[in-house]
Structures are given as structure tokens and as C-alpha cells.
Design a protein around this ligand. Structure first.
Ligand SMILES: *Cc1c(COP(=O)(O)O)cnc(C)c1O
Length: 490
């Protein structure tokens, strides 16, 4: 299967590219993205056939429907990384919280957040393509906390790939920072920046676009790539768990095969939700996808009134920082699927030039057939964390908690919901401790211990170990010096 482009094709590019090409340079003509030429039809037969499959069997069969240019051996190795999750036989448990509400837990991987679902196998695939081409790649990552640890973990000691990871010093949780600075491998460089996440992100964008940086890399026989969630190599692994979660509900006799469910997704860059949308198009019976946001509620406004409006709009810091995003990149792929390349190019250019676009009434109606949305404030989120724990003994993190609001406001309670949990409680412990006990300003280690006591939960070994692991990465610099620092590392 080949890949086409969301904003049409400029004269310098081929009409279609392979999966490998779309992975290595994920930005398409006119700043667009790559999408599969056609989504495979799975249908109910595929679902029936996989009722008793393991996660890996399901994944492997689904991937083979895409007919991508990656060896079956490489795919097998990539999928074998799910064996390192808490339960190798089921890396994504789906848990009943209450009547008609189920939570699909996407955080049982090595860094305790959902980025592992895609980045773990993606690391193997990217490294294998680089080896096949006999090329060296530098992966640049800027992180507010979750992507960084997951990217370092997946690329550590992999051939033909180096990673430089930028984070705002003081702008992540202790656990997230320790997950990065204790990573020790010769192909990894972690760089703290005196600044905020936007400074790291802007530095990354500048370097990705810089001709002189590219030339400096060329002298070191290295090419530049990025592992952010516009990369289809990540999206493809995010379709699988939506299919799996549906099948889990059938297995648990919560639904009958063919019954429609809501998917409720805590969203930032829209990769997770897009995976659900593609799973639906491929044959998973879905009533609607509910998009949950925090106070950065641009997606709620888009889906409610058809306007993507960033005028006079700034990112605000919230208790769910992995969702503090205004330009939600993967929405573009839905626009393309619903409205085609000409209209997508027009809308995205409006957004880039005027910080604004508006759908027609017909277009909005089409979007609303697929999606509904609401947002949840940090205070409301903490209330849901406490209430869900007290009533149902289920502990959720602040990202997952945003789903509870939209569950109440957007869904018909007769229809089953699969809500997605994107982080373990251990990653955002001060907020959760505050929600449960009212304690304020606790450090991660204290909050972990207090939650562990209140909720009677063990702190996982890999989190406990972080606090005594040697610090391997000590670089903290001014943002002006990032380029030099990276070249020095190479
Ligand atoms: C990345 C992330 C999200 C947002 O997912 P998208 O695919 O970017 O929409 C939500 N929660 C957590 C904990 C994350 O790390």
C-alpha cells in the first residue's frame, strides 16, 4: 500500500510514497501529511476471527492488511516489545469501572504512559529502515514530559539512530525528568533548557527547518528525522488497540458482536483519536468518538461550532500537561478523509495564515456524525478522580479524568463507552494526591507514598528505582546553545 498527501502534490514530489518513505520524511507537499491511499476493510469477519487471538496476533494480521514495505521479521520483532508490558498476554487490559463504562488502559509499558503503545514498536521499525538504507538518523524530540522518556526508551542502543531530546528544565514532573536523565546509552542525549516547553518546541522546529543545520549534519553523515505523532509510523500502531478494546468487550460479554460503542479519548495532538477513527472506518462498530480536552479546549470548540480559532488564544498550563496543545496536527487527516485534498489545503492554509478556519454547515454536520466533544477543568478533573476512586475504587490520572466529564455530557448512558486511560497514577502523583487528600505542594516521591497508602497500591518497581538511579544526563543550557550542543554530541 502506498501513501498519498493531505494537501495534494507539489511538482517536486511523486504522487505516492511507500510506508518507509512516509516514516523517514513525514512532512508532505505544502506542509501536509501522508495518509494511506485506502484503508483496508476488515469487517465483522476479521473481528470474529480474532475473538480468541492474542494482542500480537491481532496486531500482526491487521498490519499485514496494510501491505507495508516492512519485512515480516521486523514486524514480529517490533510487536515482541509488547511482551515487556505488565502482562505479556494482554498488554492493554480493559477494566469495567461502572455500568456501561469501561476503561482501556494504555499505560502498562516501560514508561507508564500511552506513548509506549506506538513508540515501542516504532523504534524497531525506524531503526530497521535506517539499517536497510545504510543511513544514520538523528531523531529530534521536544517534550513536555511523556514523549521524551518513551522516545529515549525505544531508541536506546538501536543501530543507525541517535536521539537528542529537549525538555524544559523545571517544566516536567520529577518522575518524567528522572525517566529522561537516568537514561544512559551512547546514542542518547538529553538536554535541559532554561525555558518553558514552547522554547524547546520552537528550537526543534527551527532546527528541523534549518538548512545550515542539515549541512552540518551531512558532514557527520547523518540525516534528520522526527518521531512526533504526525508520523504515520506511530499512527498505524494506534489503530490496533481500539480494535483490541472492542474485542475485549465482546469477550467480557459486555456487548454482542456488532453492537456500537462510544470511544472516549483524552486528546492533544489527536493521534489516539485518529487511530479510533481509522479503526471505525475499517469496521469496528462505533456510535461516535468523543473528544475530551482540558482548558485548552480548541477541539471542543471545533467540534461544537465548526470553528478552529486560535486568534487571541494562548496555551494555558493545566493539570493534564500532555494535552496542553492548540495546533492539534492529526485533525488534518480527518479533514482530508471527510472533505478531500483541495478543501484540506484551503483550511490548513487559513489556519497557518490567519490562525482561523471555519467549516460550512454541511461540513460541520459531517464532522459531528463522527465526533462529539467536551472539556474538563483541572478542578472538575480532581473531583472526578476522587469520586471515581471513592465510589468504584478505580484510580485514574488527570488526563483520563477529562473523559469523565464528556462521558456525562455527550453520551447516551444506555450505550457502552470505552474510555482510554493514557497515564498511570505514578506519573502525575502530586495532582492525584491533592485530589484524594487535599495535600498541596508535595514532591513526587511524597505524593507517590501518600497515594500508595490511601489507595492501597504498590508503587511499581521501575518508578521506585528512578529515585536512586545514577543521573547520566546532566546538560542544562540556554536555548541559544542547543545547535552547538547537539553537534558536539554527534
Ligand atoms: C500524548 C498524551 C495524550 C494525548 O494524546 P494525542 O494522541 O496526542 O491526542 C494524552 N494523555 C497522555 C498522558 C499523553 O501522554
Amino acid at each position: 500500500m502506498n501513501f498519498i498527501q493531505t494537501r495534494g502534490v507539489d511538482e517536486n514530489r511523486p504522487q505516492t510514497v511507500t510506508f518507509s518513505q512516509a516514516i523517514l520524511s513525514p512532512i508532505a507537499s505544502f506542509g501536509g501529511l501522508y495518509v494511506p491511499q485506502m484503508l483496508p476493510e476488515l469487517g465483522e469477519e476479521f473481528l470474529q476471527k480474532h475473538l480468541n487471538s492474542s494482542y500480537k496476533e491481532l496486531a500482526s494480521d491487521m498490519l499485514s492488511c496494510f501491505e507495508i514495505d516492512i519485512d515480516a521479521k521486523v514486524i514480529e520483532e517490533a510487536l515482541s516489545l509488547y511482551d515487556k508490558f505488565d502482562d505479556a498476554s494482554n498488554p492493554v487490559p480493559v477494566v469495567k469501572v461502572k455500568e456501561n463504562l469501561y476503561i482501556s488502559e494504555l499505560y502498562h509499558g516501560p514508561t507508564r504512559a500511552f506513548k509506549d503503545m506506538a513508540l515501542q514498536p516504532f523504534g524497531v521499525v525506524l531503526s530497521s529502515i535506517a539499517q536497510r538504507l545504510n543511513e544514520n538518523y538523528l531523531i529530534l524530540a521536544a517534550t513536555s514530559g511523556d514523549t521524551g522518556p518513551a522516545a529515549l526508551e525505544t531508541f536506546k542502543n538501536r543501530a543507525n539512530v541517535k536521539v537528542a531530546c529537549l525538555y524544559p528544565d523545571g517544566g516536567t514532573s520529577d518522575v518524567q525528568r528522572l525517566q529522561m536523565v537516568t537514561e544512559d546509552a551512547p546514542n542518547l542525549k538529553v538536554i535541559g533548557i532554561n525555558g518553558v516547553f514552547d522554547d524547546a518546541q520552537n528550537a526543534l522546529k527551527r532546527l528541523l527547518a534549518s538548512q545550515s543545520f542539515k549541512e552540518a549534519l551531512q558532514k557527520k553523515d547523518t540525516k534528520l528525522s522526527a518521531a512526533n505523532s504526525v508520523n504515520f509510523g506511530r499512527i498505524i500502531f494506534q489503530i490496533i488497540y481500539h480494535i483490541h478494546s472492542y474485542l475485549e468487550l465482546v469477550r467480557q460479554n459486555a456487548i454482542t458482536m456488532g453492537e456500537q460503542v462510544y470511544l472516549n479519548v483524552p486528546s492533544g495532538n489527536f493521534g489516539n483519536a485518529l487511530g479510533g477513527y481509522y479503526a471505525w472506518k475499517m469496521g469496528v462498530p462505533v456510535e461516535k468518538i468523543i473528544i475530551s480536552s482540558n482548558e485548552n479546549n480548541v477541539l471542543t470548540r471545533l467540534i461544537r461550532n465548526g470553528k478552529y480559532d486560535l486568534r487571541n488564544c494562548e496555551v494555558v498550563g493545566t493539570t493534564s500537561p500532555a494535552m496542553d496543545i492548540l495546533k492539534s496536527s492529526n485533525v488534518e487527516r480527518v479533514l482530508f478523509d471527510l472533505f478531500g485534498e483541495v478543501r484540506t489545503k484551503e483550511l490548513m492554509q487559513n489556519l497557518e495564515e490567519n490562525n482561523f478556519y471555519e467549516l460550512t454547515a454541511d461540513e460541520l454536520a459531517k464532522l459531528r456524525e463522527c465526533f462529539d466533544a467536551d472539556y474538563c477543568s483541572g478542578e472538575e478533573g480532581k473531583k472526578y478522580i476522587k469520586e471515581t476512586f471513592q465510589k468504584y475504587h478505580y484510580l485514574m490520572d488527570p488526563h483520563t479524568a477529562t473523559c469523565m466529564k464528556s462521558y456525562e455530557t455527550c453520551s447516551n448512558p444506555e450505550i457502552k463507552t470505552i474510555a482510554y486511560s493514557t497515564a498511570e497514577w505514578t506519573k502525575f502523583s502530586p495532582v492525584i494526591a491533592n485530589a484524594l487528600t487535599g495535600e498541596v505542594d508535595t514532591k513526587d516521591i511524597e505524593a507517590l507514598e501518600s497515594i500508595s497508602k490511601v489507595a492501597n497500591l504498590e508503587i511499581p518497581q521501575m518508578i521506585k528505582e528512578l529515585f536512586s538511579k545514577p543521573i547520566a544526563q546532566t546538560t542544562v543550557i540556554e536555548k541559544e546553545n542547543i545547535e552547538d550542543e547537539i553537534l558536539k554530541f554527534l
